[in-house]
Design a protein around this ligand. Structure first.
Ligand code: ASP
Length: 546
């Protein structure tokens, strides 16, 4: 297996009755008269022609063999077709692709920079771009009205299934546009892309659904909710706050919300839908869910489990505190059906959000609610400009520092920055953020106002971003844009749950390339040339020096 051969012979139709419909070449044969071995192969560490469960580290170590496997080939082709479609689409709209440097200066998008030491300027470092944000804005200053780039971006952060230290964005920027213009074009592009590249995957929303940040958080506890399934949190503060359950009474009085997530059929036995769970089974299941929401700070998870018919009773520890009318009002508000479980969350708003998000994700898995074939693209808009960073006592931009506030909210920057909304728009799908963008600040004085708000001294800001501020004094068209995460998009199209499956040579969760052994130690001579000396490394178990 895996030898590379050259075969001379005659191609012929297979004799009657010997066709193999399983093979793309199943109707022909080559009648060979000479076979030459061009290259032999050792026995490969795993089977190439069969998709079986292979240890991922082994796949990474022999990635060139892993990439030979048919489903990886399919993924790479899908990626190519996606990017090709997007390039052609933008070209058709009059965009031009412009490359921007990889060796640059900090371009913050909320992660750590990767630094590259300079030999020619000893003691100085380039930063790899977290995105081409500043450069594409400078291209707008330069008069290139429609720019795009299939851009490699670098962010030094903890890795997850949907994150790699380097990843690919479809990066775009346009001049003389408002939020609606960008969103309309992007929506047309996403619909055309899906229709052409994944016509077998149905779109849940067409046109795309739009939710404000607050609507998304209140209903789904996340700014990138998976909208393939409902599991919406419903506010029941008015009903539950009047029950006799003391915690609900106190919380409602203190202005804390009480919300219900209705899990359809969760009270029903998975192996026998005609029966409800046993008392023990119900308790065990609810304890697991309670432990889950406790991980994000919720203090508990009260519940009511509904019977299958009128002869049964509502189970759960809080039922007794509710009058019949209150229960009926709850069932009506939440759309409860026989066999459902209503789960109650009450806490600070943010804690309830985090718990709702956890619950939804877990319930969708238990109840198998998410169809992997469906795509639920939607827009999230009206984000807050900033989130409060309690630890550092400053505002953090919810997108980046170049985002324009909503025009009517600009005065709030001086009075109540926490209330200001940004002109940001995120494209989400199936629980992932697929893209984000905004209309940008193009006015020097407004841009300068951002730095103290986000805890940067003017001196530091001028040092890091002086070139932007200066450029803003030479006739800047209003502009805005967006970037899409190509890896995540292709991951959804390929119906896999990890971007490593759609990246030819990815890193492991700990940032390693286990095939080529990167990162690796530098030669002493290289370090000398760079005037770099290594400090002693931390002992095992010790944390690294700050
Ligand atoms: N630079 C942004 C990002 O990388 C995208 C944008 O605002 O266009 O998320």
């Amino acid at each position: 297996m895996e030898y590379v051969l050259q075969v001379h012979g005659v191609v012929r139709r297979r004799p009657e009755g010997t066709d193999n419909p399983e093979m793309s070449t199943g109707t022909i044969d080559v009648v060979a008269d000479r076979v030459e071995i061009l290259n032999a192969s050792k026995v490969p560490p795993f089977l190439i022609n069969r998709d079986e469960n292979i240890d991922e580290l082994r796949r990474m170590q022999y990635r060139y063999l892993d990439l030979r496997r048919p489903n990886m080939q399919q993924n790479m082709i899908l990626r190519h077709r996606t990017v090709k479609f997007l390039r052609d689409f933008l070209d058709g709209q009059g965009f031009i692709e412009i490359e921007t440097p990889i060796l640059f200066k900090t371009t913050p998008e909320g992660a750590r920079d990767f630094l590259v030491p300079s030999r020619l300027q000893p003691g100085k470092f380039y930063a790899l771009p977290q995105s081409p944000q500043q450069l594409k804005q400078l291209l707008m200053v330069a008069g290139y009205e429609k720019y795009f780039q299939v851009a490699r971006c670098f962010r030094d952060e903890d890795l997850r299934g949907d994150r790699q230290p380097e990843f690919t964005q479809l990066d775009m920027e346009l001049s003389f546009v408002e939020r609606e213009d960008v969103m309309r074009l992007m929506e047309a592009m996403v619909l055309a892309l899906c229709e052409n590249v994944v016509p077998h995957m149905p779109l849940k929303y067409k046109p795309l659904r739009r939710l404000t940040y607050t609507e998304a958080m209140e209903a789904y506890g996340s700014d990138k909710p998976d909208l393939r399934y409902d599991l919406e949190a419903v506010d029941v503060t008015d009903i539950a706050g009047r029950s006799a359950f003391p915690i609900f009474q106190q919380n409602a009085e203190a202005g804390k919300p009480i919300k219900v997530v209705r899990a359809p059929g969760l009270h029903v036995r998975r192996d026998d839908p005609a029966q409800i769970l046993s008392g023990e089974g119900l308790k065990r299941q609810m304890k697991e869910l309670e432990d889950l929401v406790r991980t994000v700070g919720a203090k508990g998870l009260a519940y009511m489990a509904l019977p299958l018919d009128e002869t049964g009773e509502v189970k759960g520890p809080i039922g007794k505190y509710f009058t019949v009318e209150q229960k009926l009002a709850l069932f009506e508000r939440t759309g409860a059906q026989p066999g459902d479980i209503l789960m109650f969350l009450s806490d600070k708003r943010e804690t309830v959000w985090a718990a709702v998000d956890k619950l939804r994700r877990s319930l969708a898995e238990t109840l198998n609610l998410a169809d992997p074939n469906q795509l639920a693209f939607a827009w999230i808009i009206d984000f807050p400009m900033f989130y409060w960073d309690e630890e550092n006592q400053r505002w953090d931009p919810s997108q980046h520092m170049f985002t324009m506030p909503m025009p009517e909210d600009i005065p709030l920057l001086d009075t109540d920055p926490g209330k200001a909304r940004g002109s940001q728009y995120d494209l989400i799908c199936n629980g992932y953020e697929i893209g984000g963008g905004s209309i940008r600040i193009h006015d020097r004085s407004l841009q300068e106002k951002m730095f103290p708000l986000i805890g940067q001294s003017m001196e530091h800001a001028r040092e890091q971003f002086g070139h932007m501020l200066e450029a803003f004094e030479y006739g800047v068209p209003p502009h805005g844009g967006m970037a899409w995460g190509v890896d995540r998009l292709v991951m959804l199209f390929a119906q896999v749950d990890n971007i490593r499956e759609v990246t030819a040579f990815p890193k492991t969760q700990s940032g390693l390339d286990v095939m080529a052994h990167a990162p690796s130690a530098a030669e002493p001579g290289q370090l000398e040339e760079l005037y770099i000396r290594l400090a002693p490394l931390p002992e095992k178990g010790e944390t690294a020096a700050p």
